[in-house]
Design a protein around this ligand. Structure first.
Ligand code: SF4
Length: 316
């Protein structure tokens, strides 16, 4: 039985919850909508898979302090909690009901995530269900990735699954600095993508949370990733404590979706579909965006100014 410790946010955009899934173990989960789309068009949940994260990406407040993996039940408990608040019958009529395995932890380092993926279609009546795995593709997770292909084929074919790999730059030295674990090479990621992708699937997403000074070379990408099977998503670097500590500055202006960027133009000229994903600024303030982690904020002595500005309601 989970216990809610704190919450923050705005019911019309995003809510972050700090919950206790097992005695003494706190994690965060999020529900959000994407205005102007109403919830019945698109509803997005983010759940945690680990207590802390052993990867420690340079811009992520959820990294570090790793002390274990969540069980299948603990992951499902977060989803049940968020679903039951809105749809207690567990019939979810949303056109797109996206569950992102992305709040805290690297999904491929927890095999229980696969059991959750198998369980979801049985647990909820949700025609719009679309799980989304976002990974840095660490070395040693091959068992996870092999089984994931089978699960996607069996349960989520025809575009009901999103697979995202975070690259952040095409400069290998900077990539190693940004994501400080042993990772698959671009060759390995490209080969996996070829195996993963089937006709009718969504293209695999190459994620770039772009900081200034992080090159993205279309020629390098074209060597490994076919524009027919991979698309590119560029996001601003969200305001996090780790980004501030590491003096990282966003390449993309989070306030403007219309500005033109040289890198985006070059990627489009190379034939890639490019999504510039600028979320609601409110989500930065709430602390629900990627890489943000409310507990880090609660422990901070010098709060950052452009994120986590919402009041956190702590419960006794
Ligand atoms: S971005 Fe993901 S993999 Fe990297 S430290 Fe944060 S939770 Fe871990």
């Amino acid at each position: 039985m989970i216990k809610v410790h704190a919450s923050a946010g705005n019911e019309d955009i995003a809510m972050v919850y700090i919950i206790e899934t097992s005695p003494g173990n706190l994690v965060e989960c999020v529900e959000s909508v994407q205005p102007p789309l109403p919830r019945d068009k698109k509803w997005v949940l983010l759940v945690s898979m680990m207590f802390g994260c052993p990867v420690g990406c340079l811009m992520c407040d959820a990294g570090g302090h790793y002390h274990g993996k969540l069980s299948k039940q603990e992951i499902l408990d977060q989803i049940d909690f968020l679903v039951d608040k809105r749809y207690p019958t567990r019939i979810i009529p949303c056109e797109q009901f996206k569950i992102q395995f992305a709040r805290m932890g690297e999904p491929s380092l927890n095999l229980q995530v696969l059991d959750v993926l198998e369980e979801l279609p049985l647990r909820y009546q949700a025609p719009g269900l679309m799980p989304s795995i976002s990974t840095v593709a660490p070395v040693g997770a091959e068992r996870f990735f092999n089984r994931l292909v089978e699960i996607k084929e069996k349960n989520y074919s025809g575009g009901h699954f999103q697979f995202q790999v975070s690259l952040h730059t095409t400069d290998l030295i900077l990539r190693d600095r940004f994501i400080p674990v042993k990772k698959w090479s671009f060759t390995q990621i490209g080969e996996y993508g070829e195996r993963f992708y089937a006709p009718g699937d969504r293209k695999l997403t190459l994620n770039f949370a772009l900081a200034q000074g992080m090159p993205v070379d279309p020629e390098v990408l074209l060597t490994y990733f076919s524009p027919e099977k991979f698309l590119i998503k560029i996001t601003p670097l969200n305001p996090t404590y780790r980004a501030r500590e590491n003096e990282l500055v966003s390449y993309v202006n989070p306030l403007s979706a219309v500005e033109k960027y040289e890198i985006i133009q070059a990627l489009q000229d190379a034939g890639y579909q490019v999504i510039l994903s600028i979320g609601e600024m409110e989500e930065n303030f709430i602390g629900s965006n990627c890489g943000q982690y409310l507990r880090r904020h609660l422990q901070a002595e010098a709060p950052i100014e452009d994120g986590y500005t919402y009041q956190v309601n702590q419960r006794p």
